[in-house]
Design a protein around this ligand. Structure first.
Ligand code: BDR
Ligand code: CA
Length: 309
């Protein structure tokens, strides 16, 4: 299996991303690292430990990283993910402590120990990943690839132009996109095709296991808050990035140059995506088209696998 590190801020959709990976035989989660994003570092780390416990990932280190962005002030998405950062399901007592290592050290150490083998799957602001690049620039050449949930080539979700994970730490995102390594951007244009529909909920509900009930409770909360804030169904953004790491044929991608806007006022944190080489040569695979049913089939299979292990 492909070795992945999930760098996350659970987060309702982050939780589903972890479960999708945990139950899939083609990927092995070698570490879960956390970063301030949807909520504070303490809360998202506790949530990650709960999800790893539910998924049976008792030996996977859960290491907390940066508690704030590099430059800008911290923002959260508590209006979507709730006061705990993962409202909806009942609390799960974690079976593991947080790892004593800092996420950035753990990322660097893991990549150096497995040269050419680690896929980074960030589903949160890119603070840890940018710090890891600064701490040990050699990781750029040693990581197999970076498949991140973030950005957009059309419109944003927290501002007209910017997506949350990039807007929450634009300077970090700029470091990650401009580094010399293969990056796939799984942005809002792609994840909009991964809505939490009533059909999907019924499929998950029908499994009727502890993990499926957890996901159903979480999706009810997620649909309710996204409905209130955006007037739409929730989209399970972060699971799409894990899906791409599991099976690249789940989505179409186009090569483009992506640059993060750092000086704009209305456009701060926008992922300016140049499909025509106006401002630079391609540096990113930009995901465009999702085979949605296949992603949900994978998710259902993961949830089934977790229930039987
Ligand atoms: C991203 O923002 C977060 O709130 C979600 O977990 C996802 O990673 C979507 O813009
Ligand atoms: Ca997230």
């Amino acid at each position: 299996p492909k070795k992945i590190i999930i760098d996350c801020d659970p987060g309702l959709d982050d939780a589903i991303a972890i479960l999708l990976a945990a139950g899939n035989p083609d990927v092995e989660i070698v570490a879960v690292t956390t970063v301030a994003g949807n909520h504070t570092l303490d809360k998202v780390t506790l949530n990650a430990r709960q999800v790893c416990t539910l998924a049976g990932l008792h030996d996977v280190p859960v290491a907390p990283g940066a508690d704030r962005p590099l430059v800008r002030d911290r923002i959260t998405a508590a209006e979507i993910h709730g006061e705990s950062g993962m409202d909806g399901p009942a609390f799960i007592t974690p079976a593991m402590e947080a790892d004593p290592r800092h996420a950035v050290d753990l990322i660097v150490e893991t990549v150096l120990t497995h040269p050419g083998e680690i896929t980074l799957v960030p589903t949160a602001p890119l603070t840890n990943i940018a710090l890891a690049l600064r701490r040990e620039p050699r990781i750029a050449a040693l990581v197999e690839e970076v498949v991140l949930m973030g950005g957009s080539y059309t419109r944003g979700n927290v501002t007209p132009a910017a997506e949350f994970n990039v807007h929450a730490d634009p300077e970090a995102a700029a470091i990650v996109f401009s580094a010399d390594w293969p990056v796939t951007m799984v942005g809002l244009d792609l994840t909009a095709q991964a809505a939490a529909t009533p059909e999907l909920l019924s499929r998950i509900e029908a499994l009727d296991t502890p993990v499926s009930r957890f996901v159903v409770d979480l999706l009810h909360h997620y649909n309710a808050t996204v409905g209130k804030v955006h007037g739409t169904a929730a989209t399970i953004h972060d699971a799409c990035a894990v899906g791409r790491a599991i099976d690249p044929t789940l989505m179409e991608a186009v090569e483009a140059h992506v640059e993060v806007e750092l000086r704009g006022t209305a456009t701060y944190g926008m992922t300016v995506t140049d499909f025509r080489g106006h401002i630079g040569p391609p540096n990113t695979s930009v995901a465009t088209e999702l085979r949605t049913e296949r992603l949900w089939d994978l998710l259902i299979r993961s949830l089934e696998n977790i229930a039987t292990t």
